[in-house]
Design a protein around this ligand. Structure first.
Ligand code: SF4
Length: 370
């Protein structure tokens, strides 16, 4: 069967690695290409990068790794500290899993990140991609990786018009990625460098539609079937459209006479598990009313002013927020009154930060109830 390796040999692997050494972005979790890497920092950065843009991870990673430089330090931290340090990156389940993984590393692996894919897969939240990334990048293990960037490059080089999420395509991609890692390990470059090189190529040159790939800068251009056929923009095929669920939320920004904001903590399951929020109720059939929200917030409905709304989009949901605000006495026993200067110490989702900013604006300029 045609494969990248049937036209790409050790010389091509060297070309790809040379391109990477010359063009790799300077990233705080990376260091000099090919130099030994801290496995804990690799695990943390790869976890963050799973569903968050590099630009946002660039903002958050240095502070997180300073605060939790080892698995032991994260394992010993309370939940709320971990969630607060994760704030702004979304998908908080990853923070909870990383926290649990740190505890398992301490309990089962004497505090050292495990070296093999098999052991890494035992850690909470670590899937095939992350296990392969840590094993190959931190330990030089011959482990393949396939993420969205790798998949796009491989499908285009092979000229394969397929959807990335198709089962047969996944089998093909992992097989090709395993060949690449093996070729990297066999040559001078090492599996980790080749794996990172192909990810970097996808992230910076072989860009997804609608941006066009910059084929003239690509070290694989001469072997690329999609380029020869002018089919880059048609590969890969679009994923099947997901049926997003709509959720309706109403949130109340309630402030007391000292300017403190009423917050409550979400339960352990579901969306935004364990994070802090303004009193919020949600429904799936219709938007909650102001009266319902007022009851949940423990204040009179006439004290709540409607002040706007927005749509928060996640992978599987469209969350329609309506925001209300009001000044009230702290009569409510549930929840916590928090000074504005201390909000940063609590884990808040980006949606709730938006709720707070909308509500705070209205409280500074009171409006009539609508
Ligand atoms: S030649 Fe173009 S389409 Fe092919 S791998 Fe390189 S950047 Fe992607």
């Amino acid at each position: 069967m045609f494969s990248l390796l049937s036209v790409v040999n050790a010389r091509t692997i060297d070309t790809l690695a040379r391109w990477f050494r010359a063009n790799a972005r300077t990233l705080p979790w990376r260091g000099p290409i090919g130099a030994p890497r801290d496995p804990w920092a690799v695990l943390v950065s790869e976890t963050m990068l799973q569903q968050t843009q590099v630009a946002r991870v660039l903002e958050r990673f240095p502070r997180f790794i300073r605060r939790f430089p080892t698995a032991q330090s994260l394992a010993a931290a309370p939940d709320h500290d971990v969630l607060a340090e994760w704030a702004g990156m979304g998908y908080y389940r990853r923070a909870r899993n990383l926290h649990a993984a740190a505890r398992m590393i301490v309990d089962r692996f004497d505090g050292a990140v495990p070296r093999t894919v098999e052991d890494l897969l035992a850690l909470p939240g670590v899937g095939r991609y992350t296990a392969g990334a840590v094993a190959s990048i931190a330990f030089g293990d011959v482990a393949p990786i396939v993420d969205g960037n790798v998949a796009r490059v491989l499908l285009r080089v092979h000229g394969r018009k397929a959807r990335v999420d198709d089962r047969e395509t996944q089998r093909f991609l992992w097989e090709q990625a395993a060949n690449l890692a093996a070729a990297g390990a066999k040559g001078r470059q090492g599996a980790g460098v080749v794996n990172e090189a192909i990810m970097e190529l996808g992230a910076t040159v072989c860009l997804p539609a609608p941006a066009m790939p910059r084929c003239e800068e690509c070290p694989l251009a001469r072997w690329c079937v999609a380029r020869r056929a002018g089919a880059q923009a048609r590969i890969p095929l679009p994923r099947a459209a997901a049926n997003k669920k709509t959720v309706y939320c109403a949130s109340a920004v309630v402030v007391d006479s000292r300017g403190r904001v009423l917050l409550e903590q979400r339960g352990d399951g579901g969306m935004w598990a364990g994070l802090w929020q303004t009193p919020t109720i949600e429904r799936t059939d219709r938007a909650p009313t102001r009266a319902e929200l007022a009851r949940a917030a423990g204040i009179a409905a006439r004290q709540l002013h409607a002040c706007g709304g927005f749509t928060h989009t996640t992978t599987h949901r469209e969350v329609e927020f309506r925001v209300y605000a009001g000044a009230a006495k702290p009569v409510r026993e549930r929840g916590r009154w928090v000074a504005p200067g201390r909000l940063g110490e609590l884990g808040l989702s980006s949606a709730q930060r938006r709720v707070l900013s909308i509500g705070a604006g209205v409280l500074r300029t009171p409006t009539r109830s609508r």
